[in-house]
Design a protein around this ligand. Sequence first.
Ligand code: B12
Length: 447
Amino acid sequence: MKIGFLAMSGVRACDTELLELGLTLPGFVERSRQVASLPSLGLLLLAGATPAGHELRYAEAPAAGDEPDWLFDCDLVAISTFTAQAREAYAIADRLRAGGVAVAMGGLHVSALPEEALAHADWVVVGEGENAWPELVRRASAGERGGLLSAADFDPVDVERLPVPRYDLLEGRAYNRFTLQTSRGCPWRCEFCASTVMFGRPYRKRSVGSVMRDLGALRAVRPHPFLELADDNTFVDAAWGVDLCRALAPHGLRWFTETDLSVADHPELLDALAASGCRQLLIGLEATDPRVLAGVEPRGDFKARRVADQLDAVRRIQDRGVTVNGCFVLGLDGQGPEAFDAVEDFVRRSGLYEVQITVQTPFPGTPLYERLAAQGRLTDPERWEACTLFDVNYAPDGVSAAELRGGLHDLTRRLYAPDAVRERRAAFFERRRVLRRRAARATIPAT
Ligand code: B12
């Protein structure tokens, strides 16, 4: 069969005022540019898991209508999508099917809402695709017309036996960054997390050797990639983290990942990170008030417990030369209008190099979605295009929806204004210079 793999690409927001701000504020635009062109690791893995004998091709569509014509010559097209672009992906699927092409859909959104997706796709896969996909391909090539497959009906995905992602299918396309996975899931259970819905149970890390295998496959086609690890929480195991960094170091790459604040508790890991080319850690601080964070992570109240150390932990990491992108969620329950200033104040005091502010977003399948639905607080329950992390689609309880939107705009202006961005960066580099001078003086032997 001719099999096409189609990812929805790009970043999204519906709020036009925020979009206009985004176009003018450099700090905001920069991260969007960095991530907007990430390839779909999920689809590259599925391509790697496809039984031999089929012709494979990969594509990306920023919106419905932008899908390439050659997809219509395929026998089967696998579409991956997140919630914000689910409706656009459905529109493409409808068109492909009208053109006689069989469509399979998977990913976070359709895993939460398989029945919805079945109205637009012949095949829908719930959960991780590596073991279900080869069976789907076998059935489709044997003439079966479609159906619902669930990862739960197959062997659990063993992260030590993941297929090699088919980075070669990306051909010459331009990307700022390339994704690679070192682990799946996260031990924490944050109520709003849309990612652990898929990979969360249990947390699984790969051996460093198998990660290096994938890096080899990537470097065979892109010798000097900037890596973005597509993990949920990379450094759950600090000792393993040190091994990973030591294996990455000789490659001379630059890389970025997401992890939690406990990374700052391990000096050896921090040294290894810096030496390995890690440029930035994205860390969900979420809020600065422990009362607001109480219960957000129900397993160990991790987020609330770490508040007292947030400031110092950011400094410990950045003092090693690795920048931190501190992420804050606005509109959490119990968060009043004081939260906006509190974030700005924290950013200034901590010296955070980078900051990301988003609004709490009830993604389908998350405990947050269920709770807000039960409380009657979802204002647009199925307006999936508003699930962007930048649009307000529920009734917050500490401020009104309008105040939340206004506060987000205002804080965006303050945090991403050219001067604010310049000052943050200058402060980081100035501190690095000071620390380096101090270290150099300490190593000069006394005469
Ligand atoms: C890389 C990434 C991106 C890339 C995606 C590139 C691409 N086209 O795939 C870019 C930068 C484009 C992106 C954009 C956005 N993202 Co994003 N992104 C991620 C990130 C960091 C990693 C995703 C990843 O690679 N996972 C690893 C792969 C292996 O998993 P996977 O894709 O889920 O694939 C597996 C299964 O889902 C399944 N599968 C997937 N597709 C298919 C298809 C078929 C046919 C089958 C059988 C199986 C199958 O099999 C795969 C292997 O097991 C996650 C956070 C995280 N840590 O996971 C957020 C995340 C996925 N993003 C999120 C969001 C909100 C967005 C944006 C809306 C942000 C915005 N405002 O624009 C946009 C959405 C735009 C869009 N394209 O739909 C949310 C999604 C929640 C949700 N339910 O939608 C996440 C979880 C982060 C979060 N904060 O909650 N993102």
